[in-house]
Design a protein around this ligand. Structure first.
Ligand code: SF4
Ligand code: SF4
Length: 394
């Protein structure tokens, strides 16, 4: 695609990156077939191709409006389009650049600014979110939290740090504890480092990109002593949505001379939990029943990891049902389910119908956001896969 970026952005790092990406797009439209927002809304401007066109026009200096922002807001940033695109268009990078520009050039209505400010303030603060959740639970408005169970003492020479996350410690403390127990069995001690909470994705994707980078810098500061001292072999994310962000730190902090080198090191060490356990590390099991795995977009498209979790679950004896349209987003997408509830609800209904076609006894997933979103739409248990693995090994 030919481009003529406007003077205000052409010679900036964002302008050069956007130009490279735009020039790769041949407007073939293959990506529309796998775009969840296009499937629900049927408008080309709610497809990757349409959004690429809107971003191109904005970068070329055309006026942007609330309508431009609406179509970018409706994108789930699921990156299914990247997995489909035959030309290697890095849509996720482009939409970050486009959103930052459109956010600067338009003004959201007061109620939209207010709810975004509330989400941006409340969700990354674990203590505040935990207090709000407990009130919700007392009033019967939120599901109860399962106990975490024991966390093994750090007894192995091999050590890995795990991200605590922002909402996960309140919603499901059992996930990291289960990860610690499984890794302990295979000779790895998992450590939660104080202060290592939000990865920054939340505020970054609410279009408060600098605030998101502040969260990233704070997280790097929390991990750095252990990383610099060489005692931490890897940084493990049990939420694939956080893992995909941490793996991208080198890019996200590339223009920050104070953090660039540290960000590169942290990104090198980052692993999804399913990358640090191999099937052969686990005892073979059988007869644990039929389940289904919902692979989050941040795992299959963002991190391009496919089949790892399924292999681990099968190793310990679960039977995995196949999933129709497994590439499609469930509608969770960070705060998307709160900001675009109608589209998110439709995508969840479609996803749950696909997941439950073979009547599995449980739905497994790899991201706390997907877990909470799916669980709110079904009475069937939705669990993190590591909890099922932990139960099988116990
Ligand atoms: S992003 Fe890729 S698949 Fe979509 S229109 Fe452009 S070249 Fe085609
Ligand atoms: S990231 Fe997902 S929702 Fe957004 S354009 Fe790509 S496929 Fe569509």
């Amino acid at each position: 695609m030919q481009t003529q970026l406007a003077d205000f952005i052409r010679d900036t790092p964002e302008g050069r990156e956007a130009d490279d990406i735009l020039r790769k797009c041949v407007h073939c439209g293959f990506c529309t077939a796998t775009c969840p927002s296009y499937q629900v809304l049927g408008d080309d401007l709610d497809s990757p191709r349409g959004r690429i066109y809107l971003i191109k026009r904005a970068l070329e200096g055309a006026p942007v409006s609330e309508k431009t922002r609406l179509h970018l807001d409706r994108c789930l940033t699921c990156r299914a389009c990247e997995s489909t695109c035959p030309s290697g268009v890095r849509y996720g990078r482009l939409v970050d650049i486009g959103r930052a520009l459109v956010e600067k050039r338009t003004r959201r209505p007061p109620w939209d600014r207010l709810r975004r400010a509330a989400l941006s303030f409340g969700l990354p603060r674990t203590a505040l979110f935990t207090a709000a959740l407990r009130v919700g639970q007392l009033l019967g408005l939120a599901p109860r939290t399962s106990p975490a169970g024991a966390w093994p003492a750090a007894r192995h020479a091999r050590k890995m740090a795990v991200l605590r996350g922002c909402v996960q410690p309140a919603l499901a403390p059992s996930i990291n504890a289960a990860a610690a127990r499984v890794l302990d069995r295979i000779g790895i001690s998992l450590l939660e480092v104080p202060g290592a909470s939000c990865c920054g994705a939340l505020r970054f994707h609410l279009n408060q990109q600098e605030a998101g980078r502040d969260d990233m810098r704070a997280l790097i500061d929390a991990w750095w002593p252990g990383v610099a001292g060489g005692e931490i072999e890897a940084i493990v994310a049990t939420a694939s949505g956080c893992g995909v962000t941490i793996k991208d730190y080198a890019h996200l902090l590339a223009l920050d001379p104070g953090y660039r080198a540290k960000a590169e090191r942290i990104a090198e060490l980052a692993r999804d939990l399913c990358e640090v356990i191999r099937p052969e590390d686990l005892p073979e099991g059988r007869g644990r029943g039929r389940i289904v795995f919902q692979s989050p977009c941040s795992l299959q498209h963002g991190q391009q990891i496919r089949g790892n979790v399924e292999a681990l679950l099968e190793r310990v004896g679960y039977e995995l049902a196949t999933v129709r349209d497994a590439h499609l987003c469930c509608g969770s997408a960070g705060t998307y389910s709160l900001l675009q509830p109608a589209i998110a609800g439709e995508l969840r209904a479609r996803k749950l119908a696909a997941l439950q076609e073979d009547a599995p006894q449980a739905i497994a997933t790899a991201n706390i956001g997907c877990l909470a979103h799916l669980q709110a739409g079904t009475a069937a248990p939705v669990r993190h896969w590591i909890e099922l693995l932990d139960e099988a090994l116990a």
